[in-house]
Design a protein around this ligand. Structure first.
Ligand code: PRT
Length: 107
């Protein structure tokens, strides 16, 4: 079990997001705004999908790390804490995925 958690990642992203360190990719990405960050997140997700479809385990691990990092930056850009996501996941425990889907408001 790794010592590293999503909370650790979120803390790093929060610390670097507003840094004026020119070498920070996080700060550079944050300055571009949520739409651009969301696009990068989508690109990384597609790369993870490709790795999964190809059955490339190492690439899937690496691309998933990229996905989680870019998700952390995206959430930070919209002021959403991982805690809110964890609370939503916790709320869903005790029901099956299909029950949860049926309980969603109609679109
Ligand atoms: N986990 C990550 C992480 N994963 C991916 N990346 C960066 O995400 C970028 C994605 O690469 P791409 O080639 O897809 O994109 P790009 O061409 O560089 O960017 P675009 O021109 O497409 O916008 C690379 O620069 C990666 O280094 C990350 N950058 C930072 N972190 C974490 O954030 C910490 C702080 O990083 P800095 O903010 O850069 O100091 C690091 O120590 C890490 O813990």
């Amino acid at each position: 079990m790794s010592e590293f958690s999503l909370d650790d990642l979120a803390a790093i992203v929060k610390r670097r997001a507003y840094s004026d360190d020119a070498s920070s990719y996080t700060a550079k990405l944050m300055a571009k705004g949520p739409a651009r960050i969301a696009k990068k997140f989508g690109e990384e997700a597609v790369e993870a999908v490709i790795a999964a479809v190809e059955g490339d385990r190492d690439a899937l691990v690496s691309e998933t790390a990229d996905v989680l990092y870019h998700l952390a930056v995206l959430l930070e850009s919209r002021g959403v804490a991982f805690d809110a996501v964890f609370a939503e996941l916790a709320r869903r425990t005790g029901q099956t995925g299909l029950e949860e889907k049926a309980s969603r408001p109609a679109e």
